[in-house]
Each structure stands twice: as structure tokens, then as C-alpha cells.
Design a protein around this ligand. Structure first.
Ligand SMILES: N[C@@H](CCC(=O)N[C@@H](CS)C(=O)NCC(=O)O)C(=O)O
Length: 218
């Protein structure tokens, strides 16, 4: 099966898919979509992703969109190594970590949301950053409380091996740093993030290692 990932080096939803595919040792090609240049809104990209977003993952049968759906598809297609625990309640809990990020933090600091806050509500760059920081900090505060309550013994968020929880956490903390959030204020999350970022699957998926990453890192 040949896979093509339509993504962007800094997109955290694309970053999630790169990590998952790397963890499963599944090869894929990349077709970068330049979000800074607005390529995601062009008709040819909307033919691939009707929402005008990345990521999308194409195979010989068509195109998949929405990173949560694609992650589930990856997990079901290549079950090993598992990205979810086998216990049903634990699976629900790991999915809850993913949902805090994927449903409640990331969507309200997405590029098009920030552009709307700026253009429709008269915010300057600092106002937009403050908006993003507010929602990120609020979400990470809850996630930190969850991690401390669960205390799985590390090194990853759910114990000895990476799960969907880490796949959502690491890109979100990358984003948080970009917006000037002090991630050290979340010790359990920072510790798990550091451990995950040392894992080869996460190293290869890192934004700065992608083919479309600019040399100056911006
Ligand atoms: N729920 C979607 C969110 C996708 C999304 O927000 N993608 C961002 C990049 S991380 C995007 O394409 N933004 C472009 C824009 O807002 O114009 C998913 O998880 O796939």
C-alpha cells in the first residue's frame, strides 16, 4: 500500500499522523501544503480536503481526512505496536487525553480561527497570541491534573510505551511553546513530552525534520 500524507511541517494534526505512522513503521510520502501561503484554501486542495485543512492521507482507494479518524484507521490497519491499552476503561481514559487536545484545545487556536479573531474582532498579533495562550493553558491545566491523578509511572503519559495520549500531547506542547506558554509549569506533561521526543518515531516526525521546514525554522 502506498500512502501520501498531505500535511504541513508545523501542523500539529499532521505531526500526530507522522508520529503514528512512524511508530507502526509504515512508510509514506509527503505532499506539503503551505498553510502560510494559503494553499489549503485553493480549489485543488479542497478537492482533497473539503474543509480546507491538513492533514489528509491518500492511498490507492482514496483520501482519508480528520486526524482522529485517520489515527483510528492506522491503529485498526496496523494493530502493532498498539497505540491504546487493551483494558476497555484504560482505552477510554487514553482517548480522553487525546480528546482534551484534539477537541478542546487545538480547534480554538487553529490558524483560521486566529485569523478570524484578528480580522473580525480587531485584535493585533499580541491579542491573538493571548487568545491562544488562554485556551492552551486552560486545557493543559486539566491535562496535567489528569496525568498527576493517573500517575502511570512513566516514562510516557500512559506508562511504559507511547499511546495516543503522547501522539496528541507532543504536538500540542510544541504549539504551546510557539505561543509562549511556559510548559515547565506542567511537570508531568513536560516529563512525558521529553521522554516521547527522544523516541525515534517522534524524532523523525518532528516539525524541523520535515521536507517543507524552512532552514531558519520559521
Ligand atoms: N480536526 C482536524 C483539524 C485539522 C486542522 O485544524 N488543521 C490545521 C493545521 S493543524 C489546518 O489545516 N489549518 C489551516 C487553516 O486553519 O486554514 C484534524 O484533526 O484533522
Amino acid at each position: 500500500m502506498s500512502l501520501t500524507l498531505y500535511g504541513y511541517w508545523r501542523s500539529s494534526a499532521s505531526y500526530r499522523l507522522r508520529i503514528a505512522l512512524n511508530l507502526k513503521s509504515v512508510a509514506y510520502d509527503q505532499k506539503p501544503v503551505d498553510l502560510k501561503e494559503g494553499e489549503q484554501r485553493r480549489p485543488e486542495h479542497r478537492d482533497i480536503h473539503p474543509q480546507g485543512f491538513v492533514p489528509a492521507l491518500a492511498d490507492d482507494q482514496g483520501v482519508l481526512i480528520q486526524s482522529p479518524a485517520i489515527l483510528e484507521w492506522i491503529e485498526e490497519t496496523w494493530p502493532e505496536p498498539a497505540l491504546l491499552p487493551s483494558d476497555l476503561r484504560e482505552r477510554a481514559r487514553v482517548r480522553a487525553y487525546a480528546a482534551v487536545v484534539g477537541c478542546d484545545i487545538h480547534p480554538i487556536q487553529n490558524l483560521s480561527v486566529l485569523q478570524h479573531v484578528k480580522s473580525e474582532y480587531g485584535q493585533d498579533a499580541e491579542g491573538v497570541q493571548a487568545w491562544a495562550r488562554h485556551w492552551i493553558t486552560r486545557g493543559l491545566t486539566a491535562l496535567e491534573a489528569m496525568a498527576q491523578a493517573d500517575d502511570r509511572g512513566g516514562p510516557y503519559l500512559w506508562g511504559a510505551s507511547p499511546t495516543l495520549a503522547d501522539i496528541y500531547l507532543v504536538p500540542q506542547l510544541y504549539n504551546a511553546r510557539r505561543f509562549g506558554v511556559d510548559v515547565e509549569a506542567f511537570p508531568a506533561l513536560s516529563k512525558a513530552d521529553e521522554a516521547a521526543r527522544a523516541h525515534p518515531a517522534f524524532v523523525t516526525a518532528a516539525p524541523e525534520s520535515q521536507p517543507d521546514a524552512p532552514e531558519d525554522g520559521h
